[in-house]
Design a protein around this ligand. Structure first.
Ligand code: AMP
Ligand code: ZN
Length: 114
């Protein structure tokens, strides 16, 4: 997707503040962090919303979740804990239409979320 911000990060057209990369997944710091550690984990493949995830993406989504957990562990925040979030469409608050897992850590989270 030529017009997608996160695809441009995958291709290197825009250089993210990268914290993790493997064959399928890229993770970088959120530009507007909402916690001391705020990372976005994205698939390298363009998938617009969670509604577009199908059976062929099962391992990929698992890899995203595993990447988030390992980033938290590497930051020493696995024991204290963290939150992962995937927003979908308008009511979910999605603003970038390439799926991403938010990893937030380093402060106590509130519940319910706003
Ligand atoms: P969402 O609202 O769930 O779609 O999340 C999109 C996230 O992307 C927001 O937390 C933004 O701060 C973040 N974001 C937008 N542009 C950039 C960028 N250039 N680099 C890193 N994060 C970004
Ligand atoms: Zn994309």
């Amino acid at each position: 997707m030529t017009d997608c911000l996160f695809c441009k990060m995958v291709s290197g057209e825009i250089e993210p503040d990268k914290v993790y990369e493997d064959d399928q997944v890229l993770a970088f710091r959120d530009i507007n962090p909402q916690a001391p550690l705020h990372v976005l984990v994205i698939p390298k493949e363009h998938i617009a919303t969670l509604n577009d995830v199908d059976d062929t993406h099962r391992l990929l989504v698992g890899q995203m979740v595993q990447a988030a957990a390992s980033i938290a562990a590497r930051a020493g925040m696995d024991g204290s804990g963290y939150r992962t979030i995937m927003n979908c469409n308008a009511d979910g608050g999605q603003t970038v239409f390439h799926i991403h897992l938010h990893l937030l850590a380093g402060r106590r989270m509130h519940w319910p979320p706003g």
